[in-house]
Design a protein around this ligand. Sequence first.
Ligand code: CAO
Length: 430
Amino acid sequence: MSNAIDIKVPDIGDFSDVPVIEIFVKVGDTVKAEDPLVSLESDKATMDVPAPLSGVVQAITVKLGDKVSEGSVILSLATGDAPAATAAAAPAAPATAAAPTAAPVRDAASTGSAIDEAAFALAYAGPAVRKLARELGVDLGKLKGSGEHGRIVRADVESFAKGGGAAAAPTAGKATPAPAGGGVGGIDLLPWPKVDFAKFGPTERKELSRIKKISAANLHRNWVVIPHVTTHDEADITDLEPFRVQMNKELEKSGVKISMLPFMMKAAVATLKKFPEFNASLDGDALVLKNYWHIGFAADTPNGLMVPVIRDVDKKTVPDIAKEMGELAKSARDGKLKPDQMSGGTFTISSLGGIGGIYFTPIINAPEVAIMGVCKSYWKQHSADGKSYTSRLTLPLSLSWDHRVIDGAAAARFNVHFANVLADLRRVLF
Ligand code: CAO
């Protein structure tokens, strides 16, 4: 027996009097459970209200711009069942209004055209519209929204997918003025400053190298799309350093010179094995855990930053890693690195140890989910009891991790284990 029920705004946290900014259905539409009905936008987030049940829309009791709170009736739904006369929908995950939910970085091969993930992430659209765009393979960054304040609505995506198109929106890298009141914390993004520098003094123009342009685009996408957090820690390498020096003496004739980095690669593998979610990639709603340990390392080259990858670090000795690292770094600096020598990495180490600094916040090398930044070791006063002090050689660690995949406690444990392995390499065996 068909029965009409009122669909109400569910628990939307501390928000009340939130405007309805999009209505996805009309009277007579058939909806399935979880289909989005309306979109609400507070000053902090955009939320879609999904249908709690399947049914046919009988009446819509809100219009665009109406302000609603928890319990407000949105529409009436005729269902086949005969449940209670009202139902509160469960809200879909909200997306921030200024920089809506970052979509997983995914190859857009299935859509036939590459999606600019950074521009997609910055596009002004709610979760349902983002989902639809993913399904239809539409690059939101290329759309101009017809909704209020330039918001991209369902119809824009559908029309674009059908070839109707919409004027290209400015890309994320170029300044995109955010909708009024829709910027970060309510403050709109301003266009990129256009300054005639020559007015202030002599200048010269230097084009970015090809490598710099590629790495800039990658870094920008990764920075915008991945919710980064960096956790700092330090490793006591007082015992490891004399061992390293001793090994270099013993290997003098082989021509291989071992810095701290190959040891860190081994420590990384030992730690990744203990914390497999760090040796993984996001793929849609799933995590792909990798049973191989290919470690990338950031190499500073005259043309810009490159990340060669050492494969199967778990199967190689420290001198083997040092040798290969030297060869790859040389190829990188000579501009001779091949694409396959930069692919397949599962985790990256970025070492500024030969230069200086104490801590920094490295940007994750997508689709990896974490990166270890290392700075120059220094002697630090340490006390176990607050009375007597000893000097310990200390290596500063900065682990950036993707908060969609990793939690703070896991990141702290990862750092502790990594530091413990460097403090006593016998732990590699455990
Ligand atoms: N603490 C103290 N000294 C360190 C150290 C550390 N953590 N790491 C390296 N050193 C020392 C080395 O032992 C070496 O000393 P000697 O000259 O006395 O032998 C010196 O610093 C130079 O080391 P290196 O840089 O040649 O070797 P490496 O294995 O540490 O690094 C490479 C190799 C390719 C990673 C490095 O040369 C490089 O390019 N680093 C820059 C990476 C980068 O740009 N990261 C930033 C990315 S984010 O923008």
